[in-house]
Design a protein around this ligand. Structure first.
Ligand code: NAP
Length: 255
């Protein structure tokens, strides 16, 4: 069977460990024949992500803290050593734990700006740095969550950041469409990862979802990953500016 991403090179930001959605995406991209360029945030993750990159046969593993302009400015030089870029996965988000649990109205300016910077503005900055390398067109995909449009308890400042991220997807899709670069977001259902554990009562969400979700189960990281493959492949060539739900149908519900 032909591989869907054969001959393509993908930059994936956000692998922290084996539970990361970015790791599931990297596995699926590798299965489909893509060359992988992986980034990690800082020294703390260098060893673990290099090890995961080795297991995945990644072509390159390097540091990129998305809050640092100098790291983003270095992206094109590193990527260019591997030729053209075809896909970019932005699977990065952060908010202070206390801003996720206190009432939203009490969010301080610094915590609000931090969540926006890491979780929303970084998509714009990375898109700007990587678009010129997509000389044959390409696909950019970010990860979002239902808390962008609905009130989800304890999602708070991150819900507002995801709303900005989703709006950024639409504006980026419009800017980059003439270069045949598509920009989309996958809205994943709850999955137990390091970031998700910062959301208080996530375990309750994970327990309740299978009772109510139309598919009567939680979504799997592999399902999120296969949707990312579809978007990055030629099968997704007509799809841009979309928020695609991969959540076992949870977003349909009014309660
Ligand atoms: P994860 O494994 O913790 O991934 C989040 C990644 O963001 C980590 O690699 C983290 O690195 C990285 N990051 C944080 N600050 C950064 C910075 N300044 N520069 C570069 N990287 C930085 O958790 P995940 O659940 O897979 O999250 C991936 C994406 O999926 C996020 O956008 C998240 O909001 C979204 N999402 C998750 C769920 C869910 O239920 N898990 C549902 C919907 C959407 P460090 O570990 O070093 O901080």
């Amino acid at each position: 069977m032909p591989q869907l991403l054969e001959g393509k090179t993908a930059l994936i930001l956000g692998v922290a460990n084996k539970w990361s959605l970015a790791y599931a995406i990297a596995q699926a991209f590798r299965r489909e024949g893509a060359a992988l360029l992986l980034t990690y945030q800082g020294e703390r993750l260098k060893g673990p992500v290099e090890e995961l990159g080795g297991e995945l046969g990644a072509a390159r593993v390097f540091e990129c803290d998305v809050t640092k302009d100098e790291h983003i400015e270095k992206l094109p030089g590193v990527i260019r050593e591997h030729g053209r870029l075809d896909a970019m996965i932005h699977s990065v988000a952060f908010a202070n734990r206390e801003d996720l649990s206190r009432p939203f109205i009490e969010t301080p300016r610094a915590g609000y700006l931090l969540a926006q910077d890491v979780s929303a503005y970084s998509m714009v900055a990375v898109a700007r740095a990587t678009a010129p390398l997509m000389t044959a067109g390409g696909s950019m995909t970010t990860l979002t969550y239902l808390g962008s449009t609905r009130v989800v308890p304890n999602y708070n400042v991150m819900g507002v950041a995801k709303a900005a991220l989703e709006a950024a997807v639409r504006y980026l899709a419009n800017d980059l469409g003439p270069s045949n670069i598509r920009v989309n977001a996958i809205s994943a259902g709850p999955v137990k990862t390091a970031s998700a554990r910062a959301v208080k009562d996530l375990s309750t969400l994970l327990e309740k979802a299978p009772e109510r979700a139309p598919l009567r189960r939680n979504c799997e990281p592999a399902e999120v990953a296969d949707t990312a493959v579809f978007l990055a492949s030629d099968l997704g060539r007509g799809v841009t500016g979309n928020i695609i739900f991969v959540d076992a149908g949870l977003q349909l519900l009014g309660l």
